[in-house]
Design a binder for this molecule. Structure first.
Ligand SMILES: [Zn+2]
Length: 418
């Protein structure tokens, strides 16, 4: 018997039209355009509504049957040839932060539409049903994707969003139905998977001249308010040896946080982002200081360990000048890991396209972290020029956008074959 080596994997001949994606990005940028050159297309605003209308038009032109689910997400469907298979999802979001840029979310959304358009134009039939999905209000706390993956509780529905409307009112405004919200929810195991292209929003890929980031996961976050109590006293008459200066202890604490976080190798980060000093006067020794501590990592255990170490190492700082540290119960967002097989698949197809890749975590939140609750997810990062995001200066180059979309197209085709 003749044994043949399996043929080396090659990317399919199908390619996206990069210029068309860029054109669509420019057209979408008109909705909510602001004088700084960026966009303020906050969820549930008029501009958001118009931008969504524009994308629904693109979906229809790409042969997708566009609809709005009860949570207000836009879902464009393309049937597969095997009705027994679960749908494969691709997409992102088109809402922005106030005075945001034209790439965050939009690149992934319009790349997903382009993938559907190419499949339509080149008469490619997938076995899996394909759904291009534009999640509503990502910037206001991954709202639409959360509605799909876990549901929204009353507290979240009553939250007032940046637009001035509550989430509940916002969902109605964009064509959803808050009363029938549960209809939009999907059960764990009900999707074949989810792929999302996104700008990196950091500078690693650009600095290291890497084309594609293969995202390992979305980092977990811990927040805790740290209070340091000392003794407020006259800044002129109290000798240096008799002070219980809570801000001095705070300064030492900030240094300690930095030491603990950087002591071990890894990509964990830790920040003291705000400080409140009381009473806060030139001539009074600070009696009480509150600090905002934040820790992030892909590994929940590591976040825990860092937090415990910071707590135990702050005790001697307090003893040094007679101050007392206390911590609020930490607020924790758990890390969401992407699927190992999806990582491998993205890495392989990118390399077959002649692109360089690097595996990295996402320090920012994304819709993919919600979808990870109901199925395997994969994320494809493209470089952000200067690592700038949530700013009118946000920029990703046309060739990088094209690369990202081609990796998405190949990932969909490769996944569908297996
Ligand atoms: Zn985003």
């Amino acid at each position: 018997m003749l044994l043949l080596a399996p043929p080396a994997a090659e990317p399919s001949q199908h390619r996206v039209q990069g210029a068309r994606i860029v054109q669509h990005l420019q057209a979408l940028a008109q909705y909510g355009k602001n004088p700084q050159g960026g966009v303020s297309r906050i969820a549930y605003s008029e501009a958001d509504l118009q931008g969504r209308q524009y994308v629904i038009g693109l979906m229809r032109a790409a042969g997708l049957s566009g609809s709005i689910d009860t949570a207000g997400n836009i879902v464009g469907s393309r049937p597969g040839t095997d009705a027994s298979l679960k749908p494969l999802l691709i997409g992102s979001h088109i809402d922005s932060v106030p005075e945001g840029g034209n790439y965050d979310g939009n690149v992934g959304s319009l790349s997903a539409v382009e993938v559907a358009q190419i499949l339509e134009e080149q008469h490619v039939k997938l076995r899996h049903p394909l759904q291009v999905i534009i999640f509503q209000n990502e910037e206001g706390g991954t709202t639409g994707s959360q509605a799909i993956a876990a549901g929204l509780d009353e507290k979240k529905l009553n939250l007032v969003s940046q637009s001035g409307k509550s989430i509940r009112e916002g969902i109605k405004f964009i064509g959803g139905d808050p009363i029938l919200l549960a209809k939009a929810q999907r059960q764990p195991g009900s999707i074949a998977g989810y792929f999302e292209v996104h700008i990196e929003q950091g500078g690693t890929l650009e600095q290291e001249k890497i084309d594609i980031g293969v995202v390992e996961g979305i980092v977990g976050i811990l927040h805790s308010d740290v209070t340091i109590e000392g003794f407020a006293n006259h800044a002129g008459t109290t000798p240096m040896s008799q002070r219980h200066d809570s801000l001095l202890a705070g300064a030492r604490f900030i240094e300690k946080v930095n030491q603990v976080v950087t002591r071990t190798p890894g990509r964990q980060v830790g920040t003291v982002g705000w400080v409140k000093v009381q009473p806060g006067a030139y001539n009074v020794i600070p009696g009480k200081v509150t600090l905002g501590l934040e820790l992030r990592d892909l590994d929940a255990r590591k976040i825990d360990e860092m937090f415990n170490r910071i707590r135990s190492e702050s005790e001697p700082i307090g003893r040094l000048n007679g101050t007392r540290f206390s911590y609020t119960e930490p607020l924790v967002i758990h890390p969401a890991l992407t699927d190992k097989n999806f990582q491998k698949l993205i890495d392989e197809v990118a390399k077959e396209l002649g692109l360089t890749t690097k595996t990295l975590p996402s320090g920012a939140g994304h819709d993919a972290q919600e979808l990870a609750r109901i199925g395997p997810v994969g994320m494809i990062f493209i470089p952000s020029v200067g690592g700038i995001s949530h700013s009118p200066k946000e920029l990703s180059r046309p060739e990088d956008i094209e690369h990202g979309a081609n990796v998405l197209l190949q990932a969909v085709l490769r996944f569908d074959r297996h």
